[in-house]
Design a protein around this ligand. Structure first.
Ligand code: FES
Length: 571
C-alpha cells in the first residue's frame, strides 16, 4: 500500500507529530488509530436548514460502522450546506462557495479518502467539484429520496405538485385552504425531493458516473437498505485508499458520456448540464454543451416519473432503480460498458444482471416511455452560445413555434405584471424573462418556468413557449428554453428583445431566432448598459468571476484541480 497521506501529520516523531495527535486525543482516540490506519473524512452536509439532508448524522454513523469494520479511522467534518427550499436568493449562488469549502477542507486535513454525503440539489455538485479538485480516493453516498407524497388518495410529487396546484389556485380551480393542506402530505419523510428533480437526477448522475456503489440513486432515505448502502460505502472507501483509486480514474470522458445518456433515459433535470460541465472542467475532461445534444440525440426516455411522467422515486426503486436503466442502455448500445466504477468493477459488471420489476415505470430501450427525449441545445441570433430545452418535459405541438414576445425585464417585473388581466398576451405569445442568469440574478435562479397568465389558465391553456437565461427546477415542466447564453446581464442578445418582436423556435432545426434586423439590434446594443456590480462580499466576487452557463457557471479561478498536496507545515 502506498504511504498514507495522513501519516504526514499523524506518523511524525517530532514536535509537530505531538501537536497533530495530542489535540485529537481529547476526543478519546487511542494512540494506535494514528498509526498507519486510513483516515476517512466523511464530508457531511447535515443541517436543520437543509431539510433534505437532516438525517445525515444518522447516515454518517452507518458509514463509520463500515469504515471501522474495514480497518479505517473515520472522521466526520461539516461543510457548507445548501438547502434548496429556503436559501435566498438561490442555492446556486453558493454552489461554488461550498465547493471551495470542500476542496480546502479535504486538502488541508489529514485525510486519505473521502465519503461525500450528498442530498439536496446543490449539495451534490458542490461536493463532487470540490473533491475533484483534490483528487483523493472518493466515493459518493446520496441521502435518498423521500417516500411518495400522498394527498387525497393520489400521489403528490415534490415541486411538480406545487407547480400544478399553484396554477390551479391561480385559475380558480383550487382553494388556498386545500393548497395549504397539501403541505404536510407532500413531504412526509426524511430525504430529498422524490420526483426526478435535480437531487434525484444528480444522485443518478453520481451512480451513472460510477462514483457511488450501485443502487445509490433510488433507495428511499428511510428504507433500511439506505443505511446498509452507507455501511458498505464506508467499507469500500477504505479499500479504495489501499488501491489508491482516485477520483480522476473514475471520472473519465466515457463516464461523463454515460451520465449524459443516463440523464436522457431518466428524463433528468436540465441542471445536470451545468453541473456535469463544471465537474468535468475540474478534472480536466473536455465536455461542452454540444456533447449533450450529440449524445442525447435520439435517446429515449425510459423512466415514467414526474415531471416527465407520473410515478415517483419510490416506484422507481421498487421497479429496479438506476441499475435497471443502465442495463437497458447497455443492451441498447448506449453505454460505455468498460468504464471503471468506485467498487473496482466496470459499470457493465455492476448492472448486466440488474432486474426490472415493473415495466410501467422502467420501459425497455426498444419500447421507450418517450422517444427522442434528450436535452436539445438551441442556437441562433438569440443564443449564439447556446440554450437548452428538456424535450421530455416539453409539449410536442410547441416545438416548432413562432410568436410575439412578451418581455419581462426582471423577476420583479414578471411578478408585478403576470397576473394583470390587462397584460397584452395570448397563448401564441412567447414569454421572455431577462436578467436571471449567473451574473444577472445573481446565481441563476430557478425561475425559467414562468407561471402562465391567469386569463390563459382559465381558458385551459396548459403550456406556452418560455425563454430566459434562468434555470428551471428539475421538478418543473413545459416548453421552456433555458440557460440562454450569453445572458442578458452580460450583454447577450436576450438583453435586446423588446415586447412585440417575433421569435422563432424550431427545436428540430435546433434554432432560436429573434426576427429583428441586424441594424436594429446594433442600435439597441449601443443603448445597452451593464448592471452595476454588487458592492461587496461573496456576491461581488461571484459576479466578477462566474462563467456563463455553457461553461458550467463555475468561477473562472476554480476551474481545474490542484491535487491533495499541502505546501507547508503550520507549525
Ligand atoms: Fe432539497 Fe428538492 S428541495 S432536493
Amino acid at each position: 500500500m502506498k504511504k498514507l497521506r495522513s501519516q504526514a501529520w499523524f506518523g511524525r516523531r517530532d514536535k509537530n507529530g505531538f501537536l497533530y495527535r495530542s489535540w485529537m486525543k481529547n476526543q478519546g482516540w487511542p494512540h494506535d488509530l494514528f498509526q498507519e490506519k486510513p483516515v476517512i473524512g466523511i464530508c457531511n452536509t447535515w443541517s436543520e436548514l437543509t431539510p433534505c439532508n437532516a438525517h445525515f448524522r444518522e447516515l454518517a454513523d452507518f458509514v463509520k460502522r463500515g469504515v471501522w469494520e474495514a480497518g479505517g479511522f473515520p472522521l466526520e467534518f461539516p461543510v457548507m450546506s445548501l438547502g434548496e427550499s429556503v436559501l435566498r436568493p438561490t442555492a446556486m449562488l453558493f454552489r461554488n462557495l461550498a465547493s471551495m469549502d470542500v476542496e480546502e477542507s479535504v486538502r488541508s486535513n489529514p485525510i486519505d479518502g473521502v465519503v461525500l454525503l450528498m442530498g439536496c440539489d446543490k449539495t451534490c455538485p458542490s461536493l463532487l467539484m470540490g473533491a475533484a479538485s483534490c483528487d483523493l480516493p472518493t466515493i459518493g453516498l446520496s441521502g435518498g429520496p423521500m417516500l411518495s407524497g400522498k394527498f387525497r388518495g393520489c400521489d403528490l410529487g415534490s415541486g411538480t405538485g406545487v407547480w400544478q396546484m399553484s396554477e390551479q389556485v391561480r385559475s380558480g380551480e383550487m382553494k388556498w385552504e386545500d393548497f395549504f393542506q397539501a403541505e404536510s402530505c407532500m413531504h412526509r419523510s426524511k430525504g430529498h425531493c422524490m420526483t426526478m428533480g435535480t437531487a434525484s437526477t444528480m444522485a443518478s448522475m453520481v451512480e451513472a458516473l460510477g462514483m457511488s456503489l450501485p443502487g445509490n440513486a433510488a433507495i428511499p432515505a428511510v428504507d433500511a437498505r439506505r443505511n446498509t448502502l452507507a455501511q458498505m460505502t464506508g467499507r469500500r472507501i477504505v479499500e479504495m485508499v489501499k488501491e489508491d483509486l482516485c477520483m480522476s480514474r473514475v471520472l473519465s470522458r466515457e463516464a461523463f458520456e454515460n451520465a449524459i445518456r443516463a440523464n436522457a433515459a431518466i428524463g433528468g433535470s436540465t441542471n445536470a448540464v451545468i453541473h456535469l460541465i463544471a465537474l468535468a472542467a475540474r478534472v480536466g475532461v473536455p465536455l461542452c454543451l454540444d456533447d449533450f445534444d450529440r449524445l442525447g440525440e435520439g435517446m429515449p426516455c425510459l423512466v415514467d416519473i414526474q415531471p416527465s411522467g407520473q410515478h415517483l422515486m419510490e416506484d422507481f426503486f421498487y421497479a429496479g432503480g438506476l441499475p435497471a436503466v443502465l442495463r437497458e442502455l447497455g443492451e441498447g448500445g448506449a453505454l460505455h460498458r468498460d468504464v471503471l466504477t468506485v467498487n473496482g468493477r466496470s459499470i457493465w459488471e455492476n448492472v448486466a444482471e440488474a432486474p426490472c420489476w415493473n415495466r410501467e415505470v422502467i420501459h425497455p430501450f426498444q419500447k421507450p416511455f418517450k422517444p427522442n427525449a434528450g436535452i436539445a441545445v438551441l442556437r441562433g441570433n438569440l443564443a449564439p452560445n447556446g440554450a437548452v430545452i428538456k424535450l421530455s418535459a416539453a409539449s410536442p405541438h410547441l416545438l416548432e413555434h413562432r410568436g410575439r414576445a412578451v418581455v419581462f425585464e426582471s423577476i420583479e417585473d414578471l411578478h408585478a405584471r403576470i397576473d394583470d388581466e390587462r397584460l397584452d398576451v395570448d397563448e401564441s405569445c412567447v414569454l421572455v424573462l431577462k436578467n436571471c442568469g449567473p451574473r444577472g440574478y445573481p446565481g441563476m435562479a430557478e425561475v425559467g418556468n414562468m407561471p402562465l397568465p391567469p386569463k390563459l389558465l382559465r381558458k385551459g391553456v396548459k403550456d406556452m413557449v418560455r425563454i430566459s437565461d434562468a434555470r428551471m427546477s428539475g421538478t418543473a415542466y413545459g416548453t421552456v428554453v433555458l440557460h440562454v447564453c450569453p445572458e442578458a446581464a452580460a450583454g447577450g442578445p436576450l438583453a435586446l428583445v423588446h415586447s412585440g418582436d417575433m421569435i422563432r423556435l424550431d427545436v428540430h432545426k435546433r434554432l432560436l431566432q429573434l426576427e429583428v434586423e441586424d441594424g436594429a439590434l446594433r442600435a439597441r446594443q449601443a443603448m445597452w448598459t451593464a448592471p452595476p456590480l454588487p458592492k461587496r462580499g461573496w456576491e461581488r466576487l461571484y459576479v466578477q468571476h462566474v462563467l456563463q452557463a455553457d461553461q458550467g457557471a463555475d468561477l473562472d479561478f476554480l476551474v481545474g484541480h490542484s491535487g491533495a498536496k499541502v505546501a507547508r507545515d503550520s507549525h
